[in-house]
Design a protein around this ligand. Structure first.
Ligand SMILES: [Zn+2]
Ligand SMILES: [Zn+2]
Length: 378
Protein backbone atom coordinates (compact mmCIF):
# COMPACT_ATOMS: atom_id res chain seq x y z
CA UNK A 1 0.00 0.00 0.00
CA UNK A 2 1.21 3.46 -0.95
CA UNK A 3 2.49 5.56 1.96
CA UNK A 4 0.82 8.88 1.29
CA UNK A 5 -0.88 11.83 2.95
CA UNK A 6 -3.32 13.82 0.86
CA UNK A 7 -4.79 17.08 2.03
CA UNK A 8 -7.34 18.69 -0.23
CA UNK A 9 -8.92 22.09 0.23
CA UNK A 10 -12.13 21.56 -1.69
CA UNK A 11 -13.67 23.84 -4.24
CA UNK A 12 -16.96 24.79 -2.71
CA UNK A 13 -17.68 28.43 -3.39
CA UNK A 14 -17.96 30.50 -0.23
CA UNK A 15 -17.19 28.36 2.83
CA UNK A 16 -14.57 25.92 4.05
CA UNK A 17 -14.10 22.21 3.53
CA UNK A 18 -10.97 20.06 3.63
CA UNK A 19 -10.41 16.33 3.51
CA UNK A 20 -7.26 14.58 4.73
CA UNK A 21 -6.44 10.97 3.92
CA UNK A 22 -3.34 9.10 5.09
CA UNK A 23 -1.86 5.65 5.49
CA UNK A 24 -2.51 4.31 8.97
CA UNK A 25 -2.03 0.75 10.20
CA UNK A 26 -2.28 -0.82 6.75
CA UNK A 27 -5.37 1.13 5.70
CA UNK A 28 -6.34 4.60 4.64
CA UNK A 29 -7.55 6.91 7.42
CA UNK A 30 -9.66 10.00 6.84
CA UNK A 31 -10.24 13.34 8.55
CA UNK A 32 -12.87 15.78 7.30
CA UNK A 33 -12.69 19.40 8.42
CA UNK A 34 -15.92 21.31 7.75
CA UNK A 35 -18.35 20.75 4.91
CA UNK A 36 -19.06 24.08 3.26
CA UNK A 37 -22.57 25.35 2.77
CA UNK A 38 -24.19 23.81 -0.27
CA UNK A 39 -25.38 20.48 -1.60
CA UNK A 40 -22.77 20.82 -4.36
CA UNK A 41 -20.10 20.66 -1.72
CA UNK A 42 -21.49 17.42 -0.36
CA UNK A 43 -20.99 15.94 -3.84
CA UNK A 44 -17.40 17.10 -3.81
CA UNK A 45 -16.67 15.44 -0.47
CA UNK A 46 -18.33 12.23 -1.63
CA UNK A 47 -16.42 12.30 -4.91
CA UNK A 48 -13.09 12.63 -3.14
CA UNK A 49 -13.91 9.91 -0.58
CA UNK A 50 -14.97 7.53 -3.34
CA UNK A 51 -11.83 8.21 -5.32
CA UNK A 52 -9.77 7.54 -2.22
CA UNK A 53 -11.86 4.44 -1.34
CA UNK A 54 -12.50 5.63 2.18
CA UNK A 55 -14.31 3.14 4.43
CA UNK A 56 -14.68 5.19 7.65
CA UNK A 57 -14.38 8.76 8.84
CA UNK A 58 -11.79 8.58 11.59
CA UNK A 59 -12.29 12.16 12.68
CA UNK A 60 -14.97 14.64 11.68
CA UNK A 61 -14.28 18.23 12.66
CA UNK A 62 -16.93 20.97 12.53
CA UNK A 63 -14.90 24.06 13.42
CA UNK A 64 -17.80 26.29 14.52
CA UNK A 65 -21.54 26.78 14.07
CA UNK A 66 -21.56 28.94 10.94
CA UNK A 67 -23.53 27.58 8.03
CA UNK A 68 -20.70 28.03 5.53
CA UNK A 69 -18.84 25.37 7.52
CA UNK A 70 -21.54 22.96 8.71
CA UNK A 71 -24.59 23.10 6.45
CA UNK A 72 -22.79 21.03 3.81
CA UNK A 73 -21.85 18.54 6.55
CA UNK A 74 -25.55 18.14 7.35
CA UNK A 75 -26.31 17.28 3.70
CA UNK A 76 -23.34 14.92 3.65
CA UNK A 77 -24.37 13.09 6.83
CA UNK A 78 -27.96 12.77 5.54
CA UNK A 79 -26.56 10.74 2.66
CA UNK A 80 -24.46 8.59 4.94
CA UNK A 81 -27.44 7.90 7.20
CA UNK A 82 -29.47 6.89 4.13
CA UNK A 83 -26.81 4.67 2.65
CA UNK A 84 -25.36 3.42 5.95
CA UNK A 85 -21.97 3.16 4.31
CA UNK A 86 -19.67 5.10 6.65
CA UNK A 87 -19.30 5.44 10.41
CA UNK A 88 -17.54 8.16 12.37
CA UNK A 89 -14.89 7.25 14.96
CA UNK A 90 -14.22 10.65 16.55
CA UNK A 91 -16.14 13.91 16.38
CA UNK A 92 -14.97 17.40 17.29
CA UNK A 93 -17.61 20.07 17.01
CA UNK A 94 -19.27 23.15 18.46
CA UNK A 95 -21.02 22.64 21.77
CA UNK A 96 -24.76 22.26 21.15
CA UNK A 97 -27.55 23.86 23.20
CA UNK A 98 -27.48 23.18 26.91
CA UNK A 99 -30.50 23.96 29.05
CA UNK A 100 -33.44 25.89 27.74
CA UNK A 101 -33.02 29.29 29.39
CA UNK A 102 -33.78 31.58 26.50
CA UNK A 103 -36.02 34.53 26.95
CA UNK A 104 -37.51 35.03 23.49
CA UNK A 105 -39.97 32.23 22.90
CA UNK A 106 -40.85 32.81 19.26
CA UNK A 107 -37.51 34.06 18.00
CA UNK A 108 -37.90 31.90 14.91
CA UNK A 109 -40.66 34.24 13.70
CA UNK A 110 -37.80 36.63 12.89
CA UNK A 111 -36.93 34.30 10.03
CA UNK A 112 -40.24 35.31 8.37
CA UNK A 113 -39.47 39.02 8.41
CA UNK A 114 -38.22 39.99 4.97
CA UNK A 115 -35.01 41.96 4.58
CA UNK A 116 -34.55 42.56 8.27
CA UNK A 117 -32.07 41.34 10.83
CA UNK A 118 -29.84 39.48 8.40
CA UNK A 119 -27.13 38.53 10.90
CA UNK A 120 -29.65 37.71 13.65
CA UNK A 121 -31.36 35.29 11.27
CA UNK A 122 -28.00 33.84 10.33
CA UNK A 123 -27.20 33.12 13.99
CA UNK A 124 -30.61 31.48 14.54
CA UNK A 125 -30.13 29.30 11.48
CA UNK A 126 -26.54 28.39 12.31
CA UNK A 127 -27.48 27.32 15.85
CA UNK A 128 -30.29 25.18 14.39
CA UNK A 129 -27.84 23.66 11.88
CA UNK A 130 -25.54 22.75 14.73
CA UNK A 131 -28.34 21.03 16.64
CA UNK A 132 -29.18 18.98 13.55
CA UNK A 133 -25.53 18.13 13.00
CA UNK A 134 -25.13 16.97 16.58
CA UNK A 135 -28.16 14.66 16.30
CA UNK A 136 -26.80 13.11 13.09
CA UNK A 137 -23.34 12.64 14.55
CA UNK A 138 -24.90 10.79 17.51
CA UNK A 139 -26.49 8.36 15.05
CA UNK A 140 -23.29 7.76 13.11
CA UNK A 141 -20.60 7.71 15.77
CA UNK A 142 -19.22 4.31 16.68
CA UNK A 143 -19.02 5.25 20.38
CA UNK A 144 -20.77 8.31 21.89
CA UNK A 145 -17.86 8.72 24.28
CA UNK A 146 -15.86 9.92 21.27
CA UNK A 147 -17.99 13.03 20.72
CA UNK A 148 -15.96 16.05 21.89
CA UNK A 149 -16.50 19.79 22.05
CA UNK A 150 -12.79 20.59 22.11
CA UNK A 151 -11.32 23.53 23.94
CA UNK A 152 -8.07 24.16 25.78
CA UNK A 153 -10.10 23.87 28.99
CA UNK A 154 -11.40 20.45 27.93
CA UNK A 155 -9.10 18.99 25.28
CA UNK A 156 -10.01 15.80 23.44
CA UNK A 157 -7.54 12.88 23.19
CA UNK A 158 -5.03 13.97 20.56
CA UNK A 159 -2.82 10.94 20.23
CA UNK A 160 -5.28 8.96 18.15
CA UNK A 161 -3.17 8.29 15.04
CA UNK A 162 0.23 6.70 14.52
CA UNK A 163 1.13 8.66 11.41
CA UNK A 164 -0.18 12.16 12.04
CA UNK A 165 0.04 14.26 15.20
CA UNK A 166 -2.85 16.56 16.13
CA UNK A 167 -2.36 19.57 18.40
CA UNK A 168 -5.26 21.67 19.65
CA UNK A 169 -4.52 25.42 19.76
CA UNK A 170 -7.99 26.91 20.24
CA UNK A 171 -10.59 27.81 21.31
CA UNK A 172 -9.90 28.58 24.93
CA UNK A 173 -13.40 27.55 25.88
CA UNK A 174 -16.59 26.63 24.06
CA UNK A 175 -19.84 28.42 24.80
CA UNK A 176 -23.00 26.33 24.20
CA UNK A 177 -24.79 27.49 21.07
CA UNK A 178 -27.94 28.63 22.92
CA UNK A 179 -25.72 31.13 24.72
CA UNK A 180 -24.40 32.39 21.40
CA UNK A 181 -28.01 32.82 20.30
CA UNK A 182 -28.80 34.58 23.59
CA UNK A 183 -25.91 36.99 22.90
CA UNK A 184 -27.61 37.98 19.66
CA UNK A 185 -30.63 38.97 21.74
CA UNK A 186 -28.76 40.45 24.67
CA UNK A 187 -30.03 43.65 26.19
CA UNK A 188 -28.02 45.12 29.05
CA UNK A 189 -30.94 46.66 30.94
CA UNK A 190 -33.61 44.32 29.67
CA UNK A 191 -35.34 41.26 31.05
CA UNK A 192 -33.51 38.52 32.85
CA UNK A 193 -33.16 35.14 31.23
CA UNK A 194 -36.03 33.88 33.42
CA UNK A 195 -38.56 36.01 31.60
CA UNK A 196 -40.07 34.69 28.39
CA UNK A 197 -40.93 37.32 25.80
CA UNK A 198 -42.50 37.21 22.38
CA UNK A 199 -40.46 38.70 19.59
CA UNK A 200 -42.89 41.65 19.45
CA UNK A 201 -42.34 42.38 23.15
CA UNK A 202 -38.67 42.01 22.58
CA UNK A 203 -38.56 44.44 19.65
CA UNK A 204 -40.32 47.00 21.85
CA UNK A 205 -37.92 46.44 24.72
CA UNK A 206 -34.70 46.37 22.81
CA UNK A 207 -32.65 49.50 23.18
CA UNK A 208 -29.76 48.57 21.01
CA UNK A 209 -29.53 47.71 17.38
CA UNK A 210 -30.38 44.05 16.85
CA UNK A 211 -27.86 43.65 14.07
CA UNK A 212 -24.99 45.09 16.09
CA UNK A 213 -25.62 42.52 18.84
CA UNK A 214 -25.89 39.73 16.32
CA UNK A 215 -22.61 40.80 14.74
CA UNK A 216 -20.94 40.57 18.12
CA UNK A 217 -22.48 37.12 18.68
CA UNK A 218 -21.24 36.07 15.25
CA UNK A 219 -17.70 37.21 16.12
CA UNK A 220 -17.93 35.17 19.29
CA UNK A 221 -18.91 32.12 17.26
CA UNK A 222 -15.98 32.65 14.90
CA UNK A 223 -13.57 33.10 17.80
CA UNK A 224 -14.64 29.74 19.13
CA UNK A 225 -13.40 28.05 15.98
CA UNK A 226 -11.52 24.85 16.67
CA UNK A 227 -7.92 25.57 15.66
CA UNK A 228 -5.52 22.67 15.30
CA UNK A 229 -2.21 21.75 13.74
CA UNK A 230 -1.56 18.50 11.91
CA UNK A 231 2.03 17.23 11.70
CA UNK A 232 3.16 14.12 9.80
CA UNK A 233 4.89 11.55 12.04
CA UNK A 234 5.55 7.79 12.16
CA UNK A 235 6.13 6.57 8.60
CA UNK A 236 5.96 10.22 7.49
CA UNK A 237 8.53 11.43 9.99
CA UNK A 238 10.82 12.86 7.32
CA UNK A 239 7.97 15.25 6.39
CA UNK A 240 7.44 16.60 9.89
CA UNK A 241 8.21 20.13 8.71
CA UNK A 242 5.01 19.91 6.62
CA UNK A 243 2.63 21.11 9.31
CA UNK A 244 -0.86 22.18 8.33
CA UNK A 245 -2.73 24.72 10.43
CA UNK A 246 -6.54 24.54 10.34
CA UNK A 247 -8.09 27.72 11.64
CA UNK A 248 -11.83 27.81 10.91
CA UNK A 249 -12.90 31.46 11.03
CA UNK A 250 -10.69 32.46 14.00
CA UNK A 251 -10.70 36.26 14.29
CA UNK A 252 -8.50 38.78 16.05
CA UNK A 253 -9.58 37.86 19.59
CA UNK A 254 -8.72 34.20 19.04
CA UNK A 255 -5.35 35.05 17.45
CA UNK A 256 -4.56 37.46 20.28
CA UNK A 257 -5.13 34.70 22.83
CA UNK A 258 -3.05 32.18 20.90
CA UNK A 259 -0.05 34.47 20.41
CA UNK A 260 -0.08 35.60 24.06
CA UNK A 261 -0.03 32.01 25.36
CA UNK A 262 3.54 30.77 25.34
CA UNK A 263 2.50 27.13 25.35
CA UNK A 264 0.34 27.72 22.30
CA UNK A 265 2.32 30.22 20.26
CA UNK A 266 5.26 27.87 19.87
CA UNK A 267 2.93 25.39 18.19
CA UNK A 268 1.60 27.85 15.61
CA UNK A 269 4.48 27.57 13.13
CA UNK A 270 3.19 25.75 10.04
CA UNK A 271 4.29 25.29 6.46
CA UNK A 272 0.69 25.44 5.24
CA UNK A 273 -1.92 27.80 6.63
CA UNK A 274 -5.61 27.44 5.90
CA UNK A 275 -6.15 31.19 6.04
CA UNK A 276 -8.88 31.90 8.62
CA UNK A 277 -12.23 33.45 7.75
CA UNK A 278 -11.89 33.17 3.96
CA UNK A 279 -9.17 35.80 3.81
CA UNK A 280 -11.33 38.41 5.55
CA UNK A 281 -9.51 41.29 7.21
CA UNK A 282 -11.29 40.02 10.36
CA UNK A 283 -9.15 36.92 10.40
CA UNK A 284 -5.41 36.42 10.50
CA UNK A 285 -3.40 39.17 12.19
CA UNK A 286 0.08 40.42 11.38
CA UNK A 287 1.26 39.22 14.80
CA UNK A 288 -0.32 35.80 14.24
CA UNK A 289 1.52 35.46 10.94
CA UNK A 290 4.83 36.18 12.66
CA UNK A 291 4.31 32.94 14.60
CA UNK A 292 2.78 30.83 11.82
CA UNK A 293 5.34 31.81 9.14
CA UNK A 294 3.43 29.95 6.40
CA UNK A 295 5.28 29.04 3.22
CA UNK A 296 1.89 28.34 1.65
CA UNK A 297 -1.46 29.95 2.38
CA UNK A 298 -4.75 28.56 1.17
CA UNK A 299 -7.77 30.85 0.97
CA UNK A 300 -11.16 29.16 0.64
CA UNK A 301 -13.61 31.62 -0.93
CA UNK A 302 -16.49 32.02 -3.34
CA UNK A 303 -18.31 34.87 -5.04
CA UNK A 304 -19.63 36.27 -1.81
CA UNK A 305 -18.74 39.13 0.53
CA UNK A 306 -15.95 40.36 -1.80
CA UNK A 307 -13.33 38.12 -0.20
CA UNK A 308 -10.39 37.81 0.17
CA UNK A 309 -9.72 41.29 1.53
CA UNK A 310 -6.72 43.08 0.08
CA UNK A 311 -5.41 43.80 3.59
CA UNK A 312 -5.06 40.04 4.19
CA UNK A 313 -3.38 39.49 0.83
CA UNK A 314 -0.80 42.15 1.55
CA UNK A 315 -0.08 40.69 5.02
CA UNK A 316 0.48 37.27 3.41
CA UNK A 317 2.66 38.73 0.68
CA UNK A 318 4.71 40.61 3.26
CA UNK A 319 5.71 37.30 4.84
CA UNK A 320 6.52 35.82 1.40
CA UNK A 321 3.83 33.17 1.54
CA UNK A 322 2.70 31.47 -1.68
CA UNK A 323 -1.00 32.19 -1.84
CA UNK A 324 -3.47 29.72 -3.30
CA UNK A 325 -7.11 30.58 -3.69
CA UNK A 326 -9.98 28.18 -4.34
CA UNK A 327 -11.81 30.73 -6.46
CA UNK A 328 -11.10 33.89 -8.35
CA UNK A 329 -12.90 36.84 -6.87
CA UNK A 330 -14.92 38.51 -9.56
CA UNK A 331 -17.01 40.55 -7.19
CA UNK A 332 -16.88 43.94 -8.85
CA UNK A 333 -17.99 45.74 -5.71
CA UNK A 334 -14.77 44.79 -4.00
CA UNK A 335 -12.26 43.64 -6.58
CA UNK A 336 -8.92 42.33 -5.39
CA UNK A 337 -5.85 41.78 -7.53
CA UNK A 338 -6.65 38.09 -7.99
CA UNK A 339 -4.34 37.74 -10.96
CA UNK A 340 -1.49 38.21 -8.51
CA UNK A 341 -2.53 35.24 -6.39
CA UNK A 342 -0.46 32.19 -7.20
CA UNK A 343 -2.51 29.56 -9.00
CA UNK A 344 -5.84 31.16 -8.36
CA UNK A 345 -7.82 28.99 -10.80
CA UNK A 346 -8.38 30.61 -14.16
CA UNK A 347 -10.48 27.86 -15.71
CA UNK A 348 -13.97 27.15 -14.45
CA UNK A 349 -15.49 28.72 -11.40
CA UNK A 350 -13.82 26.61 -8.75
CA UNK A 351 -10.43 25.17 -8.01
CA UNK A 352 -9.43 22.77 -5.23
CA UNK A 353 -5.86 22.75 -3.90
CA UNK A 354 -4.30 19.35 -3.23
CA UNK A 355 -1.13 18.68 -1.22
CA UNK A 356 0.15 15.11 -1.65
CA UNK A 357 3.00 13.89 0.56
CA UNK A 358 4.44 10.70 -0.87
CA UNK A 359 6.72 8.78 1.52
CA UNK A 360 7.60 6.24 -1.19
CA UNK A 361 9.14 8.80 -3.55
CA UNK A 362 10.03 11.33 -0.82
CA UNK A 363 8.20 14.06 -2.73
CA UNK A 364 5.48 16.58 -1.98
CA UNK A 365 3.29 17.56 -4.88
CA UNK A 366 0.99 20.57 -4.86
CA UNK A 367 -1.81 20.43 -7.42
CA UNK A 368 -4.00 23.48 -7.71
CA UNK A 369 -6.95 23.75 -10.03
CA UNK A 370 -8.83 21.24 -12.06
CA UNK A 371 -7.04 17.94 -11.66
CA UNK A 372 -9.05 16.53 -8.78
CA UNK A 373 -12.60 17.60 -8.76
CA UNK A 374 -14.86 18.09 -11.73
CA UNK A 375 -18.29 18.15 -10.16
CA UNK A 376 -20.22 21.24 -11.07
CA UNK A 377 -17.78 22.75 -13.48
CA UNK A 378 -18.73 25.03 -16.36
ZN1 LIG B 1 -16.75 30.89 7.35
ZN1 LIG C 1 -17.76 31.71 10.73
Amino acid sequence: MKKEIKIIFLDIGHGDSSVITFSEKGRKACIIVDGGESKKNKERIVEFLEKEEIKAIDLLVATHIDQDHIQGLNYFLDDIIKEKNLRIRYYWGPRPEEGKSFYVNDYESLLEKPGKYTTTKYIIQSVAQNERLYEKVKRLIVDEANIYFPSLEAPPPLDIFENVQLELLGPYRQIPSNEIKAMAFAIPSGPTTDEILTIEDFEMTVEKDFEAMATKAHQNANNQSIVFRLTPKGVFDEFKSWQFLFTGDAEEESWGRMVRDEEINKKLESKVLKVPHHGSRNGITEEGLRFVKPSYSVISVGQKHGLPDKETLSLLKKCNSNIFCTERNEDQRNPVPCSKIKDCPKIGRYGPILFAIDADTGKVKITPGDEWCRVGWG
